[in-house]
Design a protein around this ligand. Structure first.
Ligand SMILES: NC(=O)c1ccc[n+]([C@@H]2O[C@H](COP(=O)([O-])OP(=O)(O)OC[C@H]3O[C@@H](n4cnc5c(N)ncnc54)[C@H](OP(=O)(O)O)[C@@H]3O)[C@@H](O)[C@H]2O)c1
Length: 283
């Protein structure tokens, strides 16, 4: 039986780091990318080209693959359709096991609108007949600097809600653990979080101390949040996603701290300050 692993999103942060780690560990893998010229050159890795929306290309790219890491696609209006197309391609290719980067609390009633999209994707993976492992990621610590406006303010209707921010490095460590022995993780959902639940005041304080730039948090009403984002001219689904990032935190849906990173990887999850320091030192 084949043990070939496929890694999608290999030109991106999560998939790229997972692929490098698997290459170092000598795991046979195929990188599934949209543009072969941008695939990382890794020892022992094959490259196949497929966009998620092209079911037939996905089927061809995944032929002979036992387990695929399906990194969720970039945010777009069509993301769920792209995901469903990818899952169908994997099923047609005879893939045995899908490892999917989902989201904390994924499902139709999640406040964060994109978590509903992840829920729809999870449902299709589960009903496909393939084995599955769902990495239900909290928000990434690594993207917190992107939440700060040009004026040094994080604005949003999160109130005093808390969020158990997760380091991308810990997603990578968890995914590598699973891909190295997928049979131990069949038909399981793992809620992945960082070590503590932080309010946006805590996040602003950590950003100020670790980056040297003064950052503050302003709690907006939902109406203020839509008004302050109106000038970007973004489509409604995108603005809904931005605002519901904060309301989901206000509602307490992202606050639970789980022991899963430690259970899977054997090490403590990285905290926000550690992640911010590594981002600063990489600059
Ligand atoms: N939990 C969170 O806080 C959080 C934050 C940010 C992102 N995310 C999610 O996590 C995913 C991975 O994060 P990341 O930091 O690794 O993102 P990233 O660096 O933007 O990489 C995304 C990767 O997915 C590929 N991709 C995107 N859409 C695709 C499609 N329709 N078909 C085929 N490949 C596609 C991209 O390929 P190209 O190079 O061809 O574009 C890229 O390799 C994101 O895509 C997003 O869904 C979660």
């Amino acid at each position: 039986m084949t043990s070939l692993v496929a890694v999608t999103g290999a030109t991106g942060r999560v998939g790229g780091r997972v692929a490098r780690r698997l290459a170092t560990a000598g795991v046979a893998q195929r990188l599934v990318v949209r543009d072969a010229a941008r695939a990382p050159a890794l020892q022992g890795a094959e490259v196949a080209v497929a966009a998620y929306s092209d079911t037939d290309a996905v089927r061809r790219a995944l032929e002979g693959v036992a387990t695929v890491l399906m990194v969720s696609a970039s945010e777009s209006r069509d993301r769920v359709a792209e995901h469903l197309s990818f899952v169908e391609g994997a099923r047609l290719a005879g893939v045995e096991h899908v490892v999917y980067t989902s989201f904390c609390g994924a499902g139709p009633y999640a406040t964060f609108t994109l978590a509903r999209d992840h829920g729809a994707t999870e449902e299709r993976i589960i009903s496909s007949g393939m084995a599955f492992t769902l990495l239900r990621d909290n928000f990434y610590s690594d993207v917190m600097p992107d939440f700060v406006g040009a004026d040094g303010v994080i604005r949003g209707p999160a109130g005093e809600g808390r969020v158990a921010l997760l380091a991308i490095g810990d997603v990578v460590d968890a995914a590598v653990t699973i891909l190295r022995d997928p049979s131990l993780h069949r038909d399981t959902a793992y809620p992945l979080t960082g070590p503590d639940a932080l309010s946006f005041r805590d996040v602003a304080r950590a950003l100020t101390q670790e980056t040297g730039r003064k950052v503050t948090y302003v709690d907006e009403s939902v109406e203020e949040a839509y008004a302050s984002r109106a000038s970007y001219g973004a489509p409604d689904w995108q603005v809904d996603a931005w605002v519901s990032t904060y309301t989901a935190i206000a509602n307490g849906e992202l606050a639970e701290v789980t022991p899963t990173v430690r259970d899977l990887t054997g090490h403590a999850p990285r905290d926000l300050r550690t992640v911010l320091r590594s981002l600063t030192s990489a600059m």
